[in-house]
Design a protein. Structure first.
Length: 635
């Protein structure tokens, strides 16, 4: 064993296991300051901060808290470290969910409004969390989304667009498209919305579907559709956006590569393969956590570790409420049914669950490209066919560029509801606004949950009438098929709760309560009508778009509602809201400093604090809120 091989963190990581096994070598203790502790015995008794979950937010916060050397941090991550190509390769979209051992895959409860279908609930389960498995699309929501978060706290809340914009800039290193790519694809961008200091990269692949330019320009035929200057401008419209990729290597850039790799700090330790069961308290102060090996079926083999300053839960929207509830922080009646002693009655834990509904069942065909990207209006067999895939694979293997570096694509529209439904938006907003807020929430919802929903209802009714909030996202795939049509502000609310008979070792019960609020159906019916309007614009006529489902004869409200119910998936993998940041009297779980109500020294920093979904996919927002939390709360 050459001592020089200890000089780089990468090699150090590779050697940790053997070092521990042959501890008789009595190496200097500094060598044990590895980033990954290979056994629970190596965990110290106490750290300043314990971060539960080494995911998107967790590793961002861990990096920031350890930067100046003042605080010690232990990250406890359920999954493992994996740097194999199944993580790093961009792989043409969807590649990230190719390796099931990187995923938690739960089953939702049957959804009565979706013919009792269940949905696979999928989130990341490895160091890096969901940022290591996601579709790499980077965009942020609209100004109004972030203003909506802070508004219940009053006009001075800095959870606002203005308050979060500096952290969007801090969170990512933006590399503009190279001039040839920008010119070839008409990519507009405005660097003033970006920063260049983070190690998490936002960049553009050199390839993109040639048809994107045409598909984007076609929105010029839609009254009210705008083309904002940048995906980061906080404005709805049609735009290009970057991929979470390192432009130098064309590999996935995620929270682990940006906030963990190549960082060798004595005060930053990680233990993987470990599941946190619960937080423990001294009085009302969180004083540490209990964890077990991730394959444990009981707590016999548990380890206890203390936090001097704070326990930070970053286990994601699905598991953060489980940990809080199992620790005695949650709805009192639920905890009592599980025989868990109540540390704090916080009714909002596990409520207010939201995700972006996906796919509504309208599909198109016709715009066909051959291997040379020549358009053949009459050929339906060409798009993305086996020949094209083979070509793409070969090009990617040759220089890691080309079609497979586009991940899930780089252009989309994010349109306001008045643009989608110019004649009906007012009526739908009015009907939604007049609902009794309790009508479609779970029966017996706590009064603070109902009050919180009433506040959301008022602000979302406003958003339905606004030209500044996006509701409809058509992801542009460079071809005709609808693929990803995403509903950005659903109004139904679900729940995630522990199983009372086994809160610790059985996965929580995930209920999307999809389409429980009929306004969601009304809105998506208009989405189908709009999609038809889009494909009928004059500039696309040359490609002869043909609707393949449900068929142009399906037009009535009730028939279109059936199409929605039969096709919708309640998830685009963007779960949020189960530990919402909101005033306590409005069902909130954390305050503006992300501290959990009713206890001390316990905070939540992950997607679960998001009170209402942004009009964008969620990863860029999670990075920004984690940066903001690190600065505001801790430093
Ligand atoms: C398949 C997929 C595709 C997506 N595509 C996109 C996209 O293209 N664009 C976009 O913007 N967003 C996308 N998202 C969403 C985005 O990635 C997430 O919103 C974001 O990463 C969530 O970050 P988080 O920190 O809240 O949770 P995560 O990053 O999921 O981190 C939670 C971590 O906690 C760990 N953990 C859980 N329970 C425990 C426990 N008991 N003890 C210890 N550790 C625990 C988990 O293993 C995980 O590492 C996608 C998500 C998925 C899953
Ligand atoms: C899938 O992930 C596991 C666990 O990280 C890893 O051991 C394995 O090599 C991966 N499989 C592939 C095909 O990359
Ligand atoms: C869904 O399940 C419930 C409860 O089992 C049942 O009453 C209902 O008829 C089912 N609905 C459909 C569409 O199958
Ligand atoms: C980084 O950003 C700063 C401020 O926006 C700018 O002045 C500088 O030129 C940028 N540096 C690089 C290398 O892009
Ligand atoms: C991950 O793999 C890449 C490519 O092989 C390598 O350059 C990098 O150093 C690895 N990172 C770690 C932390 O091992
Ligand atoms: C694409 O271009 C190549 C090279 O010019 C040619 O050999 C091939 O036949 C073309 N393919 C089609 C479908 O036109
Ligand atoms: C793909 O397109 C080629 C022509 O470019 C065609 O010959 C072939 O049959 C198509 N493959 C499939 C699977 O449709
Ligand atoms: C690499 O990819 C680019 C972009 O698609 C392509 O123009 C170039 O020819 C490729 N180079 C090699 C050596 O394959
Ligand atoms: C639409 O037409 C299809 C095919 O002819 C038919 O099966 C379907 O029942 C029709 N739907 C309606 C609502 O008319």
């Amino acid at each position: 064993m050459a001592r020089s091989s200890y000089s780089t963190p990468k090699v150090l990581f590779g050697l940790v296991v053997s070092v521990v096994v042959s501890s008789a070598l009595a190496l200097p203790s500094s060598l044990y300051n590895s980033k990954i502790l290979s056994r629970a015995e190596q965990v110290k008794d106490e750290y300043d901060y314990i971060i539960v979950g080494g995911g998107t937010a967790g590793l961002t916060v861990a990096d920031r808290l350890t930067e100046d050397g003042k605080y010690s941090v232990l990250v406890i991550e359920y999954g493992s470290f994996d740097n194999s190509t199944s993580v790093t390769t961009i792989g043409g979209g969807g590649g990230g969910i190719g390796n099931a051992s990187h995923l938690f895959i739960l089953n939702s409860v049957p959804q009565p409004n979706l013919m009792n279908k269940t949905t696979a609930v999928i989130v990341g389960k490895l160091l890096g969390g969901s940022s290591a498995v996601n579709g790499l699309q980077f965009h942020r929501g609209q100004e109004e989304d972030y203003d909506r978060w802070g508004s219940p706290f009053g006009p001075d809340s800095d959870w606002s667009w203005k308050g979060i914009l500096p952290y969007f800039k801090k969170a990512l290193q933006f590399t503009p498209p190279n001039p040839d790519t920008a010119a070839a694809l008409n990519i507009d961008y405005d660097e003033t919305y970006w920063g260049n200091t983070s190690n998490v990269h936002a960049s553009f692949p050199t390839f993109n579907w040639p048809m994107l330019k045409t598909e984007m320009a076609a929105f010029g035929d839609i009254p009210g559709a705008k083309f904002p200057p940048d995906s980061g401008a906080g404005k709805p419209g049609v735009f290009w956006y970057p991929t979470s990729a390192d432009p130098a290597t064309m590999t996935r850039s995620h929270s682990r590569t940006g906030h963990w790799d190549n960082i060798d700090r004595d005060n930053y330790e990680t233990i993987t393969g470990s599941k946190v069961l619960k937080v423990f308290f001294e009085g009302e102060s969180a004083s540490g956590v209990v964890f077990v090996p991730n394959n444990a079926k009981s707590d016999v083999d548990s380890t206890t570790v203390k936090a001097r300053k704070e326990v930070i839960i970053s286990a994601g929207t699905i598991h953060t409420p489980q940990i809080l509830q199992a620790s005695g922080v949650g709805p009192k009646s639920l905890l009592e049914s599980a025989s868990i002693s109540v540390v704090a009655d916080v009714p909002g834990v596990g409520q207010n669950f939201q995700d972006h509904p996906f796919r509504i069942g309208v599909t198109y065909t016709s715009i066909a490209l051959d291997d040379n990207f020549t358009v053949h209006p009459d050929r339906t067999d060409l798009q993305l066919n086996a020949t094209f895939k083979a070509l793409a694979d070969a090009e990617f293997a040759a220089n890691r560029s080309g079609p497979l570096t586009i991940a899930s694509g780089n252009a989309a529209c994010f349109l306001p509801f008045p643009v989608i439904a110019p004649e009906r938006f007012g009526a739908i907003a009015a009907s939604y606004e007049s609902q009794d807020p309790a009508s479609y929430l779970p029966v017996d919802s706590h009064p603070t949950i109902v009050a919180g929903y009433a506040a959301q209802q008022a602000s979302l009714a406003k958003a339905l009438r606004s030209y500044k909030s996006a509701y409809y996202n058509l992801f542009l795939g460079g071809g005709p098929s609808e693929g990803a049509l995403v509903f950005l502000h659903p109004v139904s609310r679900g729940t995630i709760n522990i199983v009372p008979s086994d809160p610790f070792f059985t996965e929580p019960v995930v209920d999307y309560r999809a389409l429980t609020n009929p306004t969601d159906i009304d809105i998506m019916v208009e989405f189908i009508r709009f999609t038809r309007r889009y494909f009928a614009v004059p500039s696309l006529a040359q490609f002869q778009p043909r609707e393949t489902a449900p068929g142009l004869n399906v037009t009535s409200d009730s028939d279109l509602a059936e199409v929605v119910k039969n096709n919708i998936s309640p998830s685009t993998f963007h779960p949020v809201g189960t530990a919402a940041m909101a005033p306590r009297e409005l069902g909130g779980v954390v305050d503006e400093d992300l501290l959990v109500y009713g206890v001390k020294k316990l905070s939540v920093v992950d997607a679960s604090i998001i009170p209402t979904l942004p009009g964008a996919y969620t990863q860029e927002t999670v990075y920004a809120l984690a940066e903001k939390a690190s600065f505001k709360t801790f430093l």
